[in-house]
Design a protein around this ligand. Sequence first.
Ligand code: AOF
Ligand code: ZN
Length: 368
Amino acid sequence: MARAIKLAEQGKGPTAPNPTVGAVLVDTSEGDGTIVAEGYHTRYGALHAERECLADARSKGVDPRGMTMYVTLEPCNHHGKTPPCTEALIEAGVAKVVVGTRDPNPVAAGGVEKLEEHGIKVITGVLEEECRDLIADFLLWQSSHSTFNIIKMAATLDGKIASRYLRPEPVSSPESFARVHELRARVDAVVVGGGTLRADNPSLTCRAPGLDPDFRQPYAVVVTSRLPDNPDAYTLLRDRPEQVILWTTEAAASTTLADELRQRGTSVWPLPGGPRCFNLSVGFERLRYSLGCYTTLIEGGGRFALQCVAHGLADELIHFVCPRILGDNQAPSSYFGRQDVTMEDTMDFRIIKSERTGPDMLLTMRPL
Ligand code: AOF
Ligand code: ZN
């Protein structure tokens, strides 16, 4: 199942809003068995993991009859964009199916019962928590149709994301940077606060190697009560104005400056609430409904990130811990903006993955 999860992770991004699913076929005729075929759901509308895995078996001349399939999600039992996976498994003569977690989509569910009716042995709930973590975006989508928002942070050991001079200097290692670009390749929008625009003048593009020729860069969203009156000074607004969305106050959105920015192709969206208390969920909803965004990457700064967490808008935290100490309390922290809080008021997370990226540590977390 762990291997099936690894395979599934490769589909993150292009499968949205479908789940990422992985499957392996195991020949158990000897010992604990060996993996003889693999597959995963590669993109929305494509073959499901089980059918990919069976096709892999066929291409290798492997007969799945009597074998065991491990699949991270309950095989579907419906005619969607593809025919039911249950039918493929029954026809192939698979003897046993091990399922990570049940499908929360009522339309597709029921695969377990269907397989059992056809005499296939089914075991469910293997590495269930990991399999549910794998599809947290799909679970959210099924329950609320909201965007899945990931906060990315890179901070020193003392939690600093820049020096007090706010220069665009790297905090994390080149290996961590490479991971950020992989992340940007699989999200639909990158969201930053106005401070980050002004301090870093970022491009917010994905520059991962080996991008498809038709790769579309994620939209860039900047949240600011002060609209930029010198757009040519900013890489984003100069190079790809039509992919930039400015979230601002209702007052700022109805100025001539806003209209000038719109004439250059940039979108200016008013958000209810004032500066520092924007109703951000209105913006995320509009990203979803107007632009078809499923996943967003929030890339700072610390005040904006805290607002997102405080409003329950952060679904995942990706935090690079860089083994360096700045030691200056005037330098901005990864999360700030609250006052009068005690340890009873912390916002708490669960670490679902920890790994090394060069000299740094990368923690992936979900809100508790
Ligand atoms: C599986 N294996 O690999 C996936 C499943 O429109 P369709 O035909 O692609 O069906 C999408 C639904 O099927 C999706 O909402 C989810 O319930 C299930 N996804 N099921 O057996 C897979 N991706
Ligand atoms: Zn299926």
